[in-house]
Design a protein around this ligand. Structure first.
Ligand code: SF4
Length: 295
């Protein structure tokens, strides 16, 4: 197939746009959408220090490439790659993230569950089973990443979340009937470093291809506990539905933006947890998780 914009060979077909794109026009399309997302949300301001959540996987590697190559001339921006080691044998390899950060000449730091919580996800699963491993892991990772970013002086933390991740999150909140999360608007909160998602308007398969072209092939280690996530079911459901209705994931992203700020959740403010000293919305979930897994 030929590129819809020039005569070169196409590397991808975008079902939602009906366009075949060659490598050059594909990269331009991803970068234009990502820059537009950043502009629309006002996510990069002079003097920002952007933490990049760098797991070492393809999405975060693509984000590292995009930010460090497209904003390298901005003297008023700093970047810091941050890798959290949850302690999952055969999956998390911090040396891969460190090597990527070095390649793009971005300062890098790491922190581990073992160092912060004196336990690991493998250890927790061994003692408690793996049924709720993803919810424990997510809560503990968020707290640790936020603390590391805040203490390093980051003004934002960028995640490699894609359109698929965002659409799945909206769908999961719908399926749980979680009105509070559906209507909550992100607002500055004391002690919480704001999170940004530059790839939120780019489908996962396009971020994967962008990563493959720009960064190269990376080892694809799946987390051994991923099968426990509700997200997996929602992903299958949405992928099947989107095959027939290609703009569905964009529709869910639009729904998220339309509902943001409509509910009482938008008025929530942080309090400092009396036990761990970290900011939290209401009762501290990470302390609750630590009590539960250490019982
Ligand atoms: Fe943690 Fe679940 Fe992700 Fe594995 S799949 S890293 S357990 S959240």
């Amino acid at each position: 197939m030929q590129c819809s914009k020039c005569r070169r060979e196409a590397v991808i077909f975008q079902r939602y746009s009906g366009l075949h794109l060659c490598e050059r026009h594909f990269l331009a399309s991803v970068e234009a959408r990502t820059k537009r997302t950043i502009r629309t949300h006002g996510w990069m301001k002079p003097a920002d220090t952007i933490g990049i959540a760098l797991s070492g996987g393809k999405d975060s590697a693509a984000l590292l490439h995009f930010l460090s190559t497209n904003f390298s001339k901005r003297r008023d921006l700093d970047f810091l790659a941050i890798t959290i080691d949850e302690g999952i044998g055969g999956y998390r390899d911090v040396s891969q993230a460190e090597e990527l950060a070095r390649r793009y000449d971005v300062p890098w730091t790491t922190a581990s569950f073992a160092g912060e919580y004196a336990t690991t996800i493998d250890d927790i699963v061994l003692r408690k089973g793996d049924r709720r491993s993803c919810s424990w892991c997510g809560v503990l990772r968020r707290r640790l990443l936020n603390r590391v970013a805040r203490e390093a002086g980051c003004t934002k933390v960028a995640f490699g979340f894609t359109l698929d991740d965002e659409a799945q999150s909206v769908m999961m909140n719908v399926l749980r009937g979680d009105t509070e999360r559906l209507t909550m608007a992100p607002k500055p909160a004391e002690g919480m470093v704001p999170r940004i998602r530059p790839f939120e308007a780019v489908p996962e398969r396009e971020v994967a291809l962008y990563s493959h072209i720009t960064v190269g092939l990376l080892p694809d280690r799946g987390c051994p506990y991923a099968h426990n996530a509700l997200r997996g079911d929602v992903r299958r459901l949405l992928d099947d539905y989107s095959w027939l209705h290609p703009s569905t994931k964009y529709a869910l992203l639009g729904l998220r933006d339309d509902l943001a700020g409509c509910g009482e959740g938008s008025a929530m403010t942080t309090v400092i947890c009396s036990e761990c000293g970290e900011p939290t919305f209401g009762p501290c979930r990470s302390c609750a998780v630590l009590k539960e897994v250490n019982k």
